[in-house]
Write a protein of this length. Structure first.
Length: 223
């Protein structure tokens, strides 16, 4: 009887402890926008950690989602009973940067027609430290042994792209990215611009406007 009672008490203690453990983290991120300023909705969602810096931009003939891998985490705390700190990490970390010395921009492009062409090496990233052309491009997807894109299966991966890629399937979400040979820019900067005017082109639609990035604080609670 005592053994059963002890097991019940221990199980209850573990459950309460697990439920009482929580935490929060936060820092800075760059939020993409076109025009004079990002929308209040995008900023509010970014501040609450509801999006990972990926803004949806409506362009003539296409929907574009943009994210730069310079999300900066400046603190990470775990707490017990929401009062006592268990663990605190104040170190600045670019947790999503994939390779030191490089900056990657992720683009999800959904064209409404078959007229768009993507040229990753024609993209330009501008910031305080200079002007950097796209060095290489990738498409994220599932590939068979012959290197052909398939819609089902396992093994999602980034496949290197050729210089020109036709985005010729209307309504399809193309998961693309561009690498720039430069360390990630600070998300606190207000001088980050992405020029896709020669990288995402269509004879049927106006030139792709310059994409700017606004610094936004983010915070996220978790259990």
């Amino acid at each position: 009887m005592r053994s059963n009672h002890a097991q019940i008490v221990l199980a209850g203690f573990v459950a309460i402890t697990a439920a009482a453990c929580a935490g929060f983290k936060g820092g800075w991120k760059s939020v993409a926008y076109v025009g004079e300023a990002p929308s209040e909705t995008v900023v509010n969602e970014a501040e609450k950690g509801l999006i990972n810096g990926r803004s949806k931009l409506a362009l003539p003939g296409a929907q574009l989602e943009v994210e730069i891998d310079n999300r900066l985490r400046t603190y990470d705390m775990h707490v017990y009973l929401f009062v006592l700190p268990l663990w605190w990490n104040p170190r600045d970390v670019y947790a999503e940067n994939h390779e030191e010395g490089w900056t990657r921009v992720y683009l999800t492009i959904t064209p409404s027609d078959s007229s768009f062409v993507f040229r990753p090496t024609e993209a330009v990233l501008r910031m305080e430290s200079g002007r950097f052309p796209g060095a290489r491009g990738f498409e994220f997807g599932i590939w068979n042994e012959a290197g052909q894109r398939i819609t089902e299966g396992q093994g999602w991966a980034h496949r290197p792209l050729a210089s020109d890629v036709a985005l010729d399937v209307p309504g399809r979400r193309y998961h693309l990215s561009i690498d720039f040979e430069t360390p990630v820019p600070s998300p606190k900067s207000q001088q980050i611009e992405l020029d896709l005017s020669r990288a995402l082109v269509s004879p049927e639609h106006p030139e792709t406007p310059v994409i700017r990035f606004a610094p936004v604080r983010w915070k996220l609670g978790y259990t």
